[in-house]
Design a protein around this ligand. Structure first.
Ligand code: IVH
Length: 664
């Protein structure tokens, strides 16, 4: 192949940058995901093949570079200020009065959401992102550049024409939905959940492995500036417009307002929208629009006199802890739940709150009978924030973690390095019920109409113990259950029947293997193409699949080797469950042949080559053995090629692979 020129690579990067900008900043994608992936993989390949053409600010850096040892300190050129808070119209009025005294009546302010995220500063020199740092104590923060680079909406290069030094300040946010998913996953894995999206965003940015940070869907809004060289904008609103011109993401809810009453109306209006926003906000930031006016007012200590945070009243209330119950989840994790004296918070009656795990209960110093502060944030489960120890009477009782599973009585353990307690009984009925709910769920086997209620009823009537029992349900069984009419039982049986025809990805996800979430299941299904290949894959092979590390691979192996699981899968298949790989076989010309791909192929990515082989009936594996039929060899192939030569296994170039497929 001809050597790509610097120019070709740069063109590709320029295209990808534009697509990133359109998608993540403007929210207006102009190409399909497939086309994007194709170009991205092409660039990855060129950079892999031609290390001399690599660039630390290439769009490929968004997938995360090598892990760090620690974060270096970073001293901000200019102090990163904090904001004073006000909580009502009167306090806000005091700010307006001061501004009027200094600037007269005719001044404007910007009103922006106060994002509840992690403050960062991005330093662009000649348009290139050179440092991203946390606020720290305002003077010195931490250099988190490698992690911030993975945020899709943070440009690595500015667009258009820009000053030679631009320091942008803004907020990193984790979307509420991603926060919910992340915590679900952490709970499943026995990890401590994050208390709120802000902590989750901070935790994501403070991970030493940028590839881990890259997996979290973080977003960024620019809201203010540090130092900007030779800059001529005169207003905050102008600054935000320039940010947008330079390709930075600014918040569309920002307004330019003329009076206190307009601010009040904005504040109230935004509070109505608050719940529906994809990210958390905790108030409105009001800034004098005129930068000259800002300079005139100056700062007091570490906060500006020209800006203020008008905060929403916390969605909090005080109530009493009546008791603690313990819930057993699908993987046996036992979660404490606070049972509260019902209390109204933001129009919703709250009866229960999450306590997460023993560490959190201890950190709070919580006892039964305590008065507690309960906070409700967006649509997340309410949280116990703190204990009002002043209100103690001495009658409060210590919270005891059960040593036996509340559902089955089996011993409970707390594994080393885990925050969670777990029930040790694999056949625990509570775990089974939760696993079944997962198995039939929308994103798993998708048995419509078979909701959580049904599972509980079936379990109560001892009709279902295992996944496969779902497929043994008969009409008379269902009719026996009170109030079940003919039509609804027919409908349910149909839905059960229909679910047998499913995809491999859904099936793998439905099995509920610890650490295998929906997206990992899909990657595994795409990679292996058949249930048999997946279940037979070695730990080494599994680890060649994206998102699969040692921990996940071990968990899959453990699951696949467990006789009980093998039996259960067999029973499911015997009952007609038929998981199909998403790619239909185009031919079966490669059937019975196993391929190993090594090194970088000239045009196909490894996944593409695997998919191609599988779609012609072949199998792919991550390691070379006597059973390997061919090793497909690309540039910089290593030990696998050596092993193939040693075992006398034929090798193929990409061209030869394509020719082989054509000829079959
Ligand atoms: S302007 C001095 N605008 O709130 C100006 N800050 O207490 C401060 N914050 O950590 C920055 N939303 O990161 C500004 N729209 C917004 C903001 C905002 C959230 C954060 C900021 C800082 C904290 C100040």
């Amino acid at each position: 192949m001809a050597r790509p020129t610097q120019e070709q690579v740069e063109n590709l990067r320029e295209k990808l940058r534009l697509y990133d900008y359109q998608y993540h900043v403007l929210d207006q994608p102009s190409v399909s995901d497939q086309e994007y992936d194709r170009l991205f993989n092409e660039l990855l390949r060129l950079e892999a093949e031609h290390p001399e053409l690599r660039d630390a600010l290439s769009p490929t850096q968004k997938i995360g570079g090598s892990p760090l040892e620690k974060f270096e300190k970073y001293r901000h050129r200019q102090l990163m200020l904090g904001l004073q808070n006000v909580y009502n119209e009167e306090e806000l009025g005091e700010y307006f009065e001061r501004w009027q005294q200094t600037l007269g009546d005719a001044f404007k302010v910007t009103a922006e959401p106060k994002f509840d995220g992690l403050a960062v500063e991005l330093v662009y020199e000649k348009g290139r992102l050179v440092v991203a740092s946390t606020r720290g104590d305002g003077e010195t923060g931490e250099n988190v550049t490698e992690n911030v680079k993975t945020i899709r909406s943070v440009p690595l290069l500015l667009r258009g024409s820009f000053p030679s030094l631009v320091e942008v300040r803004g907020e990193i946010l984790l979307m509420k939905e991603d926060f919910r998913k992340l915590n679900e996953e952490r709970l499943r894995n026995g990890e401590a959940p994050f208390a709120n999206p802000r902590n989750a965003a901070a935790g994501s940015i403070r991970q030493l492995d940028p590839r881990e940070a890259a997996k979290r869907s973080l977003d960024f809004f620019a809201h203010s500036a540090g130092q900007i060289d030779s800059y001529t904008a005169t207003t905050q609103s102008g600054l935000l417009k320039d940010f947008a011109k330079w390709g930075l993401k600014t918040n569309p809810l920002t307004r330019l307002l003329k009076s206190r009453s307009e601010v009040q109306a904005y504040f109230e209006d935004l509070e109505k929208k608050r719940e529906g926003l994809a990210y958390e906000i905790d108030g409105v930031v009001i800034k004098l629009d005129s930068l000259a006016g800002q300079r005139e007012l100056g700062n007091v200590a570490r906060s500006p006199r020209w800006a203020v945070a008008y905060k929403y009243k916390a969605q909090e209330a005080n109530t009493q802890l009546l008791g603690v119950t313990f819930q057993v989840g699908r993987t046996g994790v036992i979660t404490p739940v606070a049972e509260l004296e019902p209390v109204e918070i933001g129009g919703v009656t709250v009866r229960r709150a999450g306590l997460h795990n023993e560490d959190q209960v201890q950190a709070l110093g919580l006892k039964v009978g305590d008065w507690v502060v309960v906070k409700r944030a967006g649509d997340v489960i309410p949280d116990v924030q703190s204990v009002l120890t002043d209100k103690r009477t001495g009658k409060e009782k210590k919270i005891r973690f059960p040593s036996k599973c509340p559902a089955c009585g089996a011993p409970v353990v707390r594994l080393e390095g885990e925050a969670a307690h777990r029930c040790t009984n694999r056949a625990c009925p509570a775990q089974m019920i939760e696993s079944l709910k997962h198995f039939v769920g929308k994103r798993a086997m998708n048995i419509e109409g078979l909701g959580k209620k049904w599972i509980e009823i079936f379990a109560e009537h001892k009709l279902i113990h295992h996944f496969s029992d779902v497929y043994d349900l008969k009409k008379p069984d269902l009719r026996k259950i009170e109030r079940q009419g003919e039509r609804s039982t027919d409908k349910l049986l149909h839905a059960i029947e229909r679910s047998k025809d499913t995809t491999l990805a859904r099936f793998i996800f439905a099995l509920g293997i610890p650490f295998v979430g929906e997206s990992t299941a899909k990657l595994l299904a795409d990679h292996y193409g058949s249930l048999e290949a997946f279940l037979g894959a070695s730990s080494e092979s599994l680890q060649t699949v994206e998102e699969v590390g040692e921990k996940v691979a071990e968990s899959i192996r453990k699951f696949a080797e467990e006789p009980h699981n093998q039996k259960e899968i067999r029973r499911l298949l015997e009952r007609g469950v038929h998981p199909k790989a998403s790619q239909r076989n185009l031919s079966d010309g490669l059937s019975g042949k196993t391929f190993v791909i090594t090194g970088t192929l000239p045009t196909l990515s490894r996944d593409e080559a695997s998919a191609l082989i599988q779609s012609h009936g072949g199998k792919t594996s991550g390691s070379v053995s006597k059973k390997t039929s061919y090793v497909v060899v690309g540039e910089a192939a290593g030990s696998k090629l050596e092993k193939a030569t040693a075992l006398g296994i034929p090798t193929l170039t990409e061209d030869a692979l394509l020719a082989l497929i054509k000829s079959t």
